[in-house]
Design a protein around this ligand. Structure first.
Ligand code: MSP
Length: 501
């Protein structure tokens, strides 16, 4: 069995989760659910990034201890993942004791390998990014990512000799052109490394909210040098032995486009310095925007995932997040947009199909579902859809995978509308059309389960099948003809009641 070790970025705990974080956690979850269907042994990790100046300052502003703020907000991130049905196997917190041990082991190996040296640094620092920028990157004194003033900082501390790894990194990118996806991001990364790398200041002596360096406990690790190794911690690196190798290297780091440099340049260099294997892929998604702008605390434009789930239900929120924006692009999220997609795809298309099929099986067939035809007109489109959806999911093209799946939903509704079984007496034609529709619903339940696991399981049960679509295996489960017939079909409340707005 192939294993699939996937991670999200770990979120800062300076604030509560917003729907941008939810987008990342749900996208990773859907990809992992697809891999489980494909038979992989999945290990999916998410968590929180709790040290550093940004988190410390947020705690100071509230007049509380940084650990307390971290505890409160980390719990909210975990709760958001739970509410969103994110099936994580591990939730890592950088203040976990296992993580301190892991970071210290990692730092010590790099130090022993001679890639960390003492030096002095002066530069422009953005606290929101927790990173230094070159003078030419800082237009009008503002951070290129956050547009907020940078601060001139000077310190004597420890440096990671990043500049030594330029050639090795460029060689790695050349040999692994899919290391970073989408390709546009890979090109940015290569251009950044080609422009020359500067050594990184990786420790701070000016505050103490961090992991102490094992050889100089007067300094704590720069937050990124402590955050990135969370992926190793999650693999079991803290144990101090080789057990982490069962999971490492990671198959997928799912991140937002704003932190690509950290994951595709700094992180691989750190791993090279520690003589560890590099992750197989870094996939950068776009930003969710509100009114065209990135969500932020200062703009008061954050949308809470808790509010959305309370309002629309978990499957509808997941579906919208996954379907609305092609992977890699930015997407605007609005209440009106969610309602429109909900009504079109979930209420009118899928929900209506489930209702009308169950009603007709009840009315015409005494509630017992007929078997599908092997030569159904839906068989060919179903096979096409299953193949195209699988290809899309494998390529992380999540919205495309769903678009393909909904082709089968629409074709099944079209078959019913053409045959009008509701007008006919029960007979072979009615049985055939209803059997075909039940089979299409079975296949849709499997293909849609990574996105809408609860509704898919509900459809599965309503058409009389045992177990859950999440426990099925593709491609077998999406081959035409699997619905056995003779099962009791349940007529129930609309799966996705239509919304007024
Ligand atoms: N703590 C760092 C990541 C360390 S990973 C070793 C961080 N935290 S964050 O809270 O700012 O962001 C966490 C993730 O959420 C990032 O991948 C980021 O791109 C993503 N998003 C934050 N806001 C987002 C949107 N508005 N839209 C989509 N994703 C967003 O960076």
């Amino acid at each position: 069995m192939a294993r699939f070790f996937a991670t999200t970025a770990i979120a800062y705990v300076n604030d509560a989760p917003h729907v941008g974080h939810a987008y990342e956690a749900v996208t990773g979850d859907a990809i992992c659910r697809w891999r489980r269907l494909a038979g992989d042994q999945v290990h999916y990790v998410t968590g929180t990034d709790e040290y550093g100046l940004k988190n410390q300052r947020a705690a100071e502003a509230k007049g509380i201890d940084p650990q307390r703020l971290a505890d409160t907000n980390s719990a909210r991130f975990r709760e958001a993942a739970d509410v969103l049905e994110v099936a994580y196997d591990d939730f890592i917190r950088t203040t976990d004791e296992r993580h301190t041990r892991s970071v210290q082991r990692f730092l010590q190996v790099i130090y022993d390998n001679g890639h960390i040296e003492e030096g002095t640094y002066e530069g422009l620092y953005c606290v929101a990014c927790e990173a230094y920028y070159a003078d030419e990157e800082v237009a009008d004194g503002n951070c290129p990512v956050h547009g907020r003033p940078v601060e001139r900082m000077a310190e004597t501390n420890w440096f990671f000799r990043l500049s030594r790894f330029e050639d090795q990194l460029l060689d790695w990118y050349e040999r692994h052109p899919d290391f970073v996806v989408p390709t546009t991001r890979m090109n940015e990364v290569v251009a950044f490394v080609r422009s020359g790398l500067r050594d990184l200041s990786i420790s701070r002596g000016t505050f103490s909210w961090g992991v102490p360096l094992p050889w100089d406990t007067s300094q704590v690790a720069w937050v990124w040098f402590d955050a990135l190794p969370n992926y190793l911690t999650a693999a079991g690196y803290a144990e101090g032995d080789d057990s982490y190798r069962q999971l490492w290297p990671a198959d997928l780091h799912l991140i937002g486009k704003d932190i690509i440099r950290f994951h595709a340049v700094f992180w691989p260099a750190m791993l090279l310095a520690a003589e560890l294997e590099l992750p197989r892929r870094v996939a950068a998604h776009g930003w969710l925007l509100v009114g065209g702008e990135k969500m932020s605390k200062t703009k008061l434009n954050q949308i809470s995932p808790f509010d959305l789930v309370a309002d629309f239900g978990v499957d509808a929120v997941r579906y919208h997040l996954l379907r609305a924006t092609p992977f890699g692009s930015d997407g605007d999220i609005s209440y009106e947009g969610i309602v429109a997609r909900y009504n079109a795809d979930l209420a009118n298309n899928l929900g209506n199909l489930v209702s009308r099929v169950a009603t007709m099986v009840d009315n015409k067939c005494g509630g017992i579902g007929p078997a599908p035809r092997p030569d159904s007109p839906l068989a060919a489109v179903s096979m096409e859809v299953a193949a195209a959806a699988a290809e899309a999911w494998d390529a992380l093209a999540v919205s495309e995978g769903l678009e393909q799946t909904w082709r089968l939903v629409r074709q099944t509704n079209a078959l019913l509308e053409a045959a009008e079984p509701w007008k006919a007496e029960r007979g072979p034609v009615v049985d055939a059309v209803l059997g075909d529709s039940l089979e299409a619903l079975r296949i849709v339940a499997v293909l849609a389960s990574p996105a809408i696991p609860c509704a898919s399981a509900e459809i599965w049960t309503r058409i009389g099948l045992d177990g859950s679509p999440c426990d099925e295996r593709v491609p077998e489960a999406t081959a035409w003809g699997g619905y056995p017939g003779g099962r009791r079909v349940t007529r129930a409340e609309p799966l996705f009641p239509r919304r007024k707005g």
